[in-house]
Design a protein around this ligand. Structure first.
Ligand code: HEC
Ligand SMILES: [Cu+2]
Length: 289
């Protein structure tokens, strides 16, 4: 019994201890699909990994309990609404690319028949990679059985990066430039001006790095954390003199999107540099708490 316990405990600890420096991918599950967040504004239903590199998945659910299951990796973990769950693995086998000819034929067939890509029929992805299956292993409602996607293991970092870039919404934009686009595209522009006049919400002009008076009487300096929180949980800190009408963007903006918005809001303030020093100090304080 003791022997079995030791062996079991070892395997369990190995499974639970995420190696440092593991690549991170965000996983959002919802009825009935998966969305992987690769940063740089790339969301994609397929899970793409690099061979021989440990990867950590940070998983959340926007509705019910799902379970991420990759039979080929012997890996399974629940994805629970309202909390982050983690899992990691170390892929060791590359999934091959099919020939250009094979890919061209399948692409042509799919276009002509005007259907969605049929992974089962072709056994490779629309980019020509063979794959492992990924399922939801928790009965989560009507289309539970459709809640599947694929895992691709790339041979080189360049190949993986090229794939991520292909699906990136930011592309080659800088954070600041992309932040400005998001400001318009995601509707912030409807409530926030950049010229100093107040709209439904406060203006961004010279806001970053300055103290903000809150409705509850407190004062906080606008730093990166404050901006992130304002976007994800607007009601956490309501600015004095404004109605709490800002919608939450939780689950709708990637980390990269948030970084872009922060970077853009920073460019609009003469006080931005002072603030980043202050927030760095605050961050170390938080850690010691
Ligand atoms: C429907 C109007 C509305 C939209 C759309 C909106 N906001 Fe807001 N926002 C507000 C209001 C009102 C406040 C002030 C009350 C509060 O803090 O919730 C605010 C507060 C903020 C603050 C804190 C401002 C300060 O001066 O301290 C930030 C940062 C912010 N919003 C960013 C954004 C971003 C980024 C977007 C777009 C992704 C966005 N908002 C979309 C209405 C909106
Ligand atoms: Cu599910």
């Amino acid at each position: 019994m003791v022997g079995m316990f030791v062996m079991g405990a070892r395997a369990y600890l190995d499974m639970r201890t995420i190696p440092e420096g593991a690549n991170e991918i965000g996983v959002q599950s919802s009825k009935w699909s998966w969305s992987m967040d690769y940063g740089r504004g790339t969301y994609h239903p397929e899970l793409h990994l690099l061979v021989n590199e440990p990867v950590k998945l940070t998983m959340q659910s926007s509705d019910v309990i799902h379970s991420l299951y990759i039979p080929a990796f012997r890996a399974k973990k629940d994805v629970v609404p309202g909390r982050y769950n983690y899992m990691w693995f170390h892929p060791t086998k590359v999934t091959e690319k099919v020939s250009d000819k094979e890919l061209a034929e399948a692409t042509k067939w799919t276009e002509e028949s005007a259907t969605a890509w049929d992974y089962d029929k072709w056994q490779f992805t629309p980019d020509g990679y063979r794959f492992y299956d990924l399922y939801c292993a928790e009965y989560c409602g009507q289309d539970h059985s459709q809640m599947q996607t694929v895992v691709v293991v790339h041979e080189t970092r360049e190949d993986l990066d090229a794939w991520i870039k292909k699906y990136s919404s930011r592309g080659s934009d800088t954070l600041e430039a992309y932040g400005e686009k998001l400001y318009a595209r995601r509707g912030c522009i409807g409530c926030h001006t950049v010229d100093g006049t107040s709209g439904t919400g406060p203006t961004y002009k010279d806001a970053f790095g300055t103290p903000r008076k809150l409705a509850n009487g407190e004062t906080v300096v606008m730093d990166e954390n404050y901006v992130r929180e304002s976007i994800l949980v607007p009601k956490a800190k309501v600015v004095a003199g404004f109605q709490p009408v800002m919608p939450s963007y939780k689950g709708q903006l990637s980390d990269d999107d948030l970084d872009s918005l922060v970077a853009y809001i920073k460019t609009l303030s003469a006080n931005a540099e002072v603030a980043s020093d202050a927030s760095a100090e605050e961050a170390t304080e938080d850690e010691t708490e």
